[in-house]
Write a protein of this length. Structure first.
Ligand code: IPE
Ligand code: IPE
Ligand code: MG
Length: 228
């Protein structure tokens, strides 16, 4: 049976979930935020150590300003509202991505939550915010080129140690909701040997029951990592 240390999820389908119900897309995002909470608590209670959730990509700025503004407000509201969830469940909060571009209240809240939960030991829940894998790798190279290493023998591990995910293990299982079979610039380096699972379920309808079933099938897979 495979161990599940690091679960990553591309939370897709909020807008379509709302649209087929004749509701504005923002209702889908609101419902989606509730699911984030349920899934996070479930993971903490089921001994998963790392949960990384794709919440806003470097490409999502292309959306209409009203939707982007709504998502930024929702994110701040979510973090404020859920602070107690992190505290009561011993969950460590982390953000990856380029958060420099966010407004000050949001940046401050992210830092405050990271700081107040940094000693927590059950689950590390990471939100990927203004995250793009190519952007992450590019930022990493910029950092390394400013202070080039003396020798290149361990370059692979040096790169890994300078990514936003430097203190996380590789992803074991990547789930994408919403029916699309693509990665959309998420954790390209870290999913090298992850098992991939695509479900048609829109994120607001995703449940702990479905997650538990996916994990059961993941545990039975034969992972060979190139060996026999
Ligand atoms: C995912 O849902 C959430 C974000 C990308 C912020 P979408 O908003 O992409 O929903 P669909 O894919 O349009 O249904
Ligand atoms: C991926 O979903 C990003 C997040 C879930 C945050 P998108 O909806 O942005 O991806 P594409 O545009 O369908 O590839
Ligand atoms: Mg989408």
């Amino acid at each position: 049976m495979n161990n599940l240390n690091h679960l990553a999820i591309i939370m897709d389908g909020n807008g379509r979930w709302a649209q087929i119900r004749n509701k504005p897309r923002k209702i889908g995002h609101q419902e989606g935020a509730k699911v984030v909470r349920d899934i996070t608590i479930w993971c903490a209670k089921n001994s998963i150590k790392y949960l990384t959730l794709f919440a806003f990509s470097t490409e999502n700025w292309k959306r209409p300003k009203a939707e982007v503004d709504f998502l930024m407000k929702l994110l701040l509201k979510y973090l404020k509202k859920e602070k107690n969830t992190y505290l009561q469940n011993n969950i460590r909060f982390k953000a990856i991505g380029n958060i420099e571009v966010f407004n000050n209240p949001l940046k401050d809240m992210i830092c405050e939550l990271e700081e107040s939960t940094k000693m927590h030991t059950s689950l590390t829940q990471t939100l990927a915010l203004n995250y793009g894998s190519r952007d992450e790798i590019t930022r990493t190279f910029k950092k390394l080129l400013k202070n080039p290493p003396q020798e290149l023998e361990n370059l692979e591990s040096l790169i890994a140690k300078n990514l936003d995910t430097c203190d996380f293990p590789d992803v074991d299982l990547l789930i994408r909701t919403g029916g699309e079979m693509r990665i959309s610039n998420f954790l390209l380096w870290q999913i090298s040997y992850a098992e991939l699972y695509f479900t048609p379920t829109y994120w607001p309808e995703f449940s702990t029951t479905e997650l538990s079933d996916i994990i059961k099938s993941y545990k039975k897979k034969e992972r060979r990592f190139g060996g026999l």
